[in-house]
Design a protein around this ligand. Structure first.
Ligand code: SF4
Length: 221
């Protein structure tokens, strides 16, 4: 089995030699690959990404459609009793923890950042409930990617494409940062996410119709 994997990796070439083709072909296959969460400001983006943990983007969009009419600035999230905010985000799940994180984040935005969403990763991760992945997504969407977002699709596809052998998201990100050109850090995760949703499905990858099947050591074709 191991020699088969080695042979497949040798056949497709090194990851450095393949990465540009992989990105270009994915970009051609998924020209609509952007973030699915809806927002109209950095603050809405931050809240939407915080709410998206453990639920679907469709679900978050359904909730934020009303939420963002009622809560327009950081103060608004602090002006209501915590239970009211919990009720307003209930449908996204883990509503108590999320409400607590959002309120803590809004308080810190007001005291330390003049009510504005910071752009630097090291500042974003200081916000309560904002882990590296959330910070990475927000920074990238604000046009200043400082890392590569690794979610379940990015992890699965990076492994299948032979771009990493790691399991841990932080180590996978470290591997990807070494080979993905800096200017593609923002769009690369979206391309993998959409390819993962449409073609390289978790259980049944559609290798026959995959634009990467001659570049992929896991191709079944
Ligand atoms: S060839 Fe198959 S395993 Fe490789 S990326 Fe495409 S669908 Fe996924």
């Amino acid at each position: 089995m191991r020699s088969f994997v080695k042979e497949a990796r040798r056949r497709v070439g090194s990851k450095r030699a393949r990465i540009r083709d992989i990105i270009e072909r994915l970009a051609a296959a998924h020209p609509d690959a952007t973030i699915a969460l809806k927002s109209r400001s950095p603050l809405e983006l931050l809240v939407a990404v915080m709410l998206s943990a453990q639920t679907t983007d469709v679900n978050v969009n359904r909730v934020t459609e009303k939420l963002f009419v009622k809560y327009r600035k950081p103060e608004d999230y602090l002006a209501v009793p915590p239970e009211e905010l919990e009720r307003d985000i209930f449908a996204t799940g883990f509503f108590r923890q999320k409400a607590k994180s959002i309120r803590g984040t809004m308080a810190l935005l007001l005291t330390e950042f003049d009510g504005e969403v910071p752009r630097r990763l090291e500042e974003l991760v200081r916000l309560p409930g904002v882990a590296r992945k959330t910070a990475n997504v927000v920074a990238a969407e604000l046009g200043e990617p400082q890392g590569i977002v690794v979610d379940t699709h990015v992890r699965r596809l990076s492994q299948r494409l032979g771009l990493t052998k790691q399991e841990d998201p932080v180590k996978i990100e470290r591997d990807l940062i070494k080979i993905v050109p800096r200017e593609d850090w923002g769009r690369f995760p979206h391309l993998l996410i959409w390819h993962g949703r449409r073609v390289c499905l978790a259980r049944m990858p559609r290798c026959e119709e995959c634009a990467l099947n001659d570049l992929c050591p896991s191709s079944r074709v």
